[in-house]
Design a protein around this ligand. Sequence first.
Ligand SMILES: [Zn+2]
Length: 131
Amino acid sequence: MDECIFCKIIKGDIPCHKVYESSIVLAFLDINPVQEGHVLIVPKKHNDYIFDLSNKDYTELLLEAKKLSGPLKKATGAKRIGLAIEGFAVPHIHIHLIPLYAGNQLNPLMAKPGDPEQLVKVADKIKEQLK
Ligand SMILES: [Zn+2]
């Protein structure tokens, strides 16, 4: 998919605030975070809809989200990490991991452009917890 923004990020054609990479996924900060530390987990293989994945790919993807949730929780001090998948904005599967401090914060209407310097700091904090 030449036009896909996430494929371009995976290829390195578009920069991102990367926090984690494995053979299966790339994880980076959403530049319009719902909460500080809002991470997108994107499978390296282009697919539009998560429930079209094989059981194996689906399971592996969700296990990557689980792996990131602990370090993300520590890095942000959040009470919980919320997970959301919808995929209307970009037709390439992406899991939103969102640090939560109270109910009703898993709300896309709360998304605001992140401060570029703050995004760098947050990405560093998360990477520190993943070491
Ligand atoms: Zn793609």
